[in-house]
Design a protein around this ligand. Structure first.
Ligand code: NAG
Ligand code: NAG
Ligand code: NAG
Ligand code: NAG
Ligand code: NAG
Ligand code: NAG
Ligand code: NAG
Ligand code: NAG
Length: 366
C-alpha cells in the first residue's frame, strides 16, 4: 500500500507542482514578461482563429498576466500555456469556444515552455511542436484538427505527461515512443493506432499510468511489460490484443487498476496475478480466457484477496465449480461472472469490516 501511495503521490505531485507554479506566477505582479516572448505570443495568437477570450491581455503589456499564460517566478520566462477549451460542449454552438487555426513556429521562441495544454480545440499541429525541447506536459486530447502527428514528437525527451486521446490518429509516433524515458502518464486512447506499441514501452520505467484503450494495436502483451515496476493504472480495453497474458503481469505489484476487457486474450489467467496486492479493479470481461478459477485469481493464497473491490470475468470460457473461497475477497463490492461455464449453487460472501466494504452487487449467478 505504501508503494502505491508513493506512485500516486508522484502522479499528483506532477500536477500539483505545475499548478502551484502557475498560480504563483499569475499572482505575482513583479514577474514581467520578456519582450521577445511577448512578441512570440502575439504572433502565436495571430495565427489562431476563434481565440475566444483565451490569451486575452489583462492590464498593460505584461504577458505574464495574460489569461492562460504562466511565467516562472525565478527566471521570468513563459513556462506555461494553458489554452484548453473550458466549455467543450457549449450550447447551442459547441464550436464557439474552440481555438482554431495553426500553431505558429513563433512558439519556438518560448524556450522555457514546459507545459502546453491545447485540449478540446480544433488545431492544426505543426512540426515545430517537436522542437519545444523543454516540454514536460503536453495535452493535445480532442484537439487535433488534421489527424497527423509531427514525426519529430519523439524529440521531446523530457515529457512526463503526454495525452493524445480522442484524435483519430494513426501514424509513426510509435517508432519514437521509447525515447520518452521520463514519461509518467501516457494516454493514447481512442485513436486508430494499428501497430503493437507495447514493446516500445518496456524501458520506460517511470510510467505510472498507461491508457491505450480503443485502438487496433493487435499482438500480445510482451513479457518485458512486467519491468514497469511503478505502473499503477493499465488500460488496454478494446485494442485487438490476443494470446495468453504473460505471467510477468504478476510483477506489476503497484497496479491498482487493470482493464483488459474486449480483447481476444486466451489461455488461463496466470497464477502470478495473485501477487497483485494493490489491485482494486480487475476487468477481464469479453475475452476468451479458459480454465478454472480455483487455479487462478480465485486461489486462496496471495494478497489479491485483500485488495480487490471490483472483479469482472463476464463473457469468457471459464469453467468449473465456483470456489468457496471467493467469499474470502474481503473488500469485494462488485463481482460479474456471467456468460461463463461455472457451476455451483451460490456463494456465501463474507461481510467485510464495514457495511461499505461489503459486496453490493453480484451478477451472473444462474
Ligand atoms: C501566421 O500569420 C502570419 C501573419 O498573418 C502569416 O504570414 C503566416 O503565414 C501565418 N502562419 C501560419 C503557420 O499560419
Ligand atoms: C468560430 O466561431 C464562430 C462563432 O463565434 C463560428 O460560427 C465558427 O464556425 C467558428 N469557426 C471555427 C473555425 O471554428
Ligand atoms: C529530432 O530528432 C531527429 C532524429 O530523429 C533529428 O534528426 C532532428 O534534428 C531533431 N530535431 C530537433 C529540432 O532537435
Ligand atoms: C486525457 O484527456 C482526456 C480528455 O481531455 C481526459 O478525459 C483524460 O483523463 C486524460 N488522460 C489522463 C491520463 O490524464
Ligand atoms: C496501419 O494503417 C496504415 C494506414 O494508416 C496501413 O498502411 C498499414 O498497413 C496498417 N498496418 C496494419 C498492420 O494493419
Ligand atoms: C531497452 O533497453 C535495453 C538496454 O538499454 C535495449 O537493449 C533494448 O533494446 C531496449 N528495449 C526497447 C524496447 O527499447
Ligand atoms: C517476474 O515474473 C516472472 C514470472 O512470473 C518471475 O519468474 C520473475 O522472478 C519475476 N521477476 C521479478 C523481478 O519479480
Ligand atoms: C523589482 C520590482 O519590480 N519590485 C516591485 C515588486 O512589486 C512591488 C509592489 O507590487 C513594488 O513595490 C516593487 O518595487
Amino acid at each position: 500500500m505504501g508503494a502505491t501511495s508513493s506512485a500516486l503521490v508522484m502522479l499528483f505531485a506532477l500536477f500539483f507542482i505545475e499548478r502551484l507554479e502557475f498560480i504563483c506566477s499569475r499572482t505575482n505582479s513583479n514577474v514581467s514578461c520578456i519582450a521577445s516572448e511577448r512578441e512570440a505570443l502575439m504572433k502565436f495568437k495571430g495565427n489562431l482563429t476563434n481565440e475566444s477570450n483565451r490569451l486575452s491581455s489583462g492590464v498593460g503589456k505584461d504577458c505574464c498576466t495574460w489569461k492562460g499564460v504562466g511565467c516562472s517566478k525565478k527566471i521570468g520566462h513563459v513556462v506555461k500555456l494553458d489554452l484548453h477549451n473550458p466549455i467543450p460542449d457549449a450550447y447551442p454552438n459547441p464550436e464557439v469556444n474552440k481555438l482554431g487555426g495553426q500553431i505558429s513556429p513563433s512558439l519556438l521562441d518560448l524556450n522555457h515552455l514546459h507545459y502546453l495544454d491545447l485540449s478540446m480545440n480544433d488545431i492544426q499541429i505543426s512540426n515545430s511542436l517537436g522542437s519545444l525541447k523543454s516540454l514536460r506536459y503536453l495535452d493535445l486530447s480532442w484537439s487535433i484538427f488534421e489527424a497527423t502527428i509531427p514525426h519529430n514528437l519523439g524529440n521531446l525527451s523530457r515529457l512526463q505527461y503526454l495525452n493524445l486521446s480522442n484524435n483519430d490518429l494513426s501514424g509513426p509516433i510509435l517508432d519514437t515512443l521509447g525515447r520518452f524515458t521520463s514519461l509518467t502518464v501516457l494516454d493514447l486512447s481512442q485513436n486508430s493506432f494499428n501497430d503493437s506499441m507495447l514493446y516500445s514501452l518496456c524501458n520506460l520505467s517511470s510510467l505510472v499510468h498507461i491508457d491505450l484503450s480503443v485502438n487496433s494495436h493487435g499482438g500480445a502483451i510482451p513479457h518485458c511489460l512486467g519491468n514497469l515496476a511503478s505502473l499503477s493504472i493499465l488500460r488496454l480495453s478494446d485494442t485487438d490484443l490476443q494470446s495468453p497474458i504473460p505471467s510477468e503481469m504478476g510483477n506489476l505489484t503497484q497496479l491498482t487498476m487493470l482493464d483488459l476487457s474486449g480483447n481476444g486474450f486466451e489461455g488461463e489467467i496466470p497464477n502470478s496475478m495473485r501477487n497483485l496486492c494493490n489491485l482494486r479493479v480487475l476487468d477481464l470481461s469479453n475475452n476468451k480466457f479458459t480454465g478454472k478459477l480455483s487455479t487462478s485469481v480465485g486461489s486462496p493464497f496471495g494478497c489479491i484477496h485483500n485488495s480487490l473491490e471490483d472483479l469482472s470475468l463476464f463473457s469468457n470460457k471459464l469453467s468449473g465449480r465456483l470456489p468457496n473461497h471467493l467469499g474470502e475477497f474481503k473488500n469485494l463490492e462488485r463481482l460479474i461472472i456471467g456468460m461463463n461455464s461455472f457451476y455451483g449453487s451460490y456463494i456465501q460472501l463474507e461481510k467485510g469490516p464495514s457495511e461499505e466494504a461489503t459486496l453490493r452487487s453480484c451478477y451472473g449467478f444462474s
